[in-house]
Design a protein around this ligand. Structure first.
Ligand SMILES: C[S@@+](CC[C@H](N)C(=O)[O-])C[C@H]1O[C@@H](n2cnc3c(N)ncnc32)[C@H](O)[C@@H]1O
Length: 344
């Protein structure tokens, strides 16, 4: 097949996908209180039908709603399959015999994993200048000297390690972390810091756990404040990188306080103490009907007095027990015992 034929084939597939997702969105919009569960068909004849049913199930299981980015990704997967293979594969996936790992490999292809250190620096600046100093002061007064932080939808871990670094610096500014001889920071005895990163993608969690990032095209480091280089060590090998590229690993003083877990935001987290700070940024933009469920789950995992921060463009729909704060157009939410009776 020539390139032109392949392109026109993909164009046709994409046009079909677009119509199918529009139909799906319309049908979902007509349903109140969540995503409809329809019986699984015995046969799906058209590409439209396949996309419709698969996307409905993806949204029900993982929250990711149909959208142009998802359509393009599905289009690329489907373009490599014959109609019969596609039909058989979809029916296998929709059958009760399909296991979770088969769905997860589809979701792996549909999710967007874009992330980098110091992403949306203004938001992190508020953590550094306002939220964490006040939180540490409150914790000092209360005698609870542990900071628990969750980066929900952490992709390859840059945001999670970023939080560990910022929290260590805040503890140091408050006099509750000290500098060792090798320049690394550690909480002083009696203070604890624990940072958790979770994501649906096993591949991303694997990268996050390795804590190793390449400087290629400055990807992960494109926006990073140079002051944070102190939290990395270079492990560039002789043969494994292109000229000028460096491989950097998070230092043990930071990685030792940071852990990762594969987790679907639509499911409960394993039993663990509530968090003082939760970030869930640039995840819910891909959700539609499940946004509220996820926001409720995040709120339920927040300690009283704890702070929740969403992505800069995310809208909070779940406001029970949360007090909204704002600075320069950036929002964050504090969990109150009394509920959201005072908004500013
Ligand atoms: C664009 S990245 C955002 C990474 C990071 N929070 C940031 O702002 O840089 C979105 C991440 O959300 C994850 N994600 C999507 N649906 C999810 C779900 N149902 N449960 C957990 N993570 C999910 C994706 O795998 C992806 O890594």
């Amino acid at each position: 097949m020539t390139c032109r034929v392949v392109h026109s084939h993909i164009d046709t597939l994409l046009a079909d996908l677009k119509t199918a997702t529009e139909t799906l969105t319309e049908s979902l919009q007509s349903v109140h209180g969540g995503i409809p569960i329809a019986p699984i068909p015995k046969r799906i004849d058209t590409l439209k039908g396949i996309v419709h049913v698969l996307m409905r199930e993806v949204e029900r299981r993982y929250g990711i709603a149909p959208g142009s980015q998802v359509e393009r990704k599905l289009g690329r997967i489907f373009a490599t399959m014959t109609h019969d293979d596609l039909q058989n594969w979809s029916l296998m996936l929709l059958s009760p015999a399909a296991n979770e790992s088969e769905w997860l490999s589809l979701v792996e292809c549909l999710t967007v994993h874009e992330t980098y250190f110091d992403r949306d620096r203004e938001q992190l600046g508020i953590l550094d200048s306002e939220i964490l100093p006040r939180m540490i002061e409150r914790k000092q007064r209360s005698g609870d000297h542990t900071l628990r932080i969750w980066s929900a939808g952490c992709s390859s871990g840059e945001e999670t390690y970023n939080l560990t670094m910022i929290a260590l610096l805040s503890l140091k500014n408050a006099g509750f972390a000290c500098e060792r001889e090798d320049g690394s920071l550690t909480p002083i005895p009696g203070w604890n810091l624990s940072v958790l990163g979770t994501d649906i993608s096993s591949q991303m969690i694997r990268i996050a756990k390795s804590g190793t990032y390449s400087t290629i095209e400055m990807g992960s480091f494109r926006n990073m404040n140079p002051a944070l280089w102190r939290f990395f060590e270079e492990i560039t090998g002789q043969n494994d990188v292109a000229e000028g590229e460096r491989t950097m690993r998070i230092t043990p003083s930071v990685s030792g306080l940071t852990r990762f877990l594969r987790h679907n935001l639509l499911e409960p987290l394993p039993e663990m103490p509530p968090f003082d700070l939760i970030l869930c940024r640039n995840v819910l933009i891909y959700f539609q009907y499940s946004k509220k469920v996820v926001q409720e789950q995040l709120c339920s995992k927040l300690a009283f007095g704890g702070t929740l921060m969403l992505g800069a463009t995310d809208v909070m729909t779940h406001r029970k027990k949360l007090q909204q704060h704002q600075d320069n157009g950036l929002f964050w939410y504090v969990k109150t015992e009394a509920g959201a009776d005072r908004w500013k």
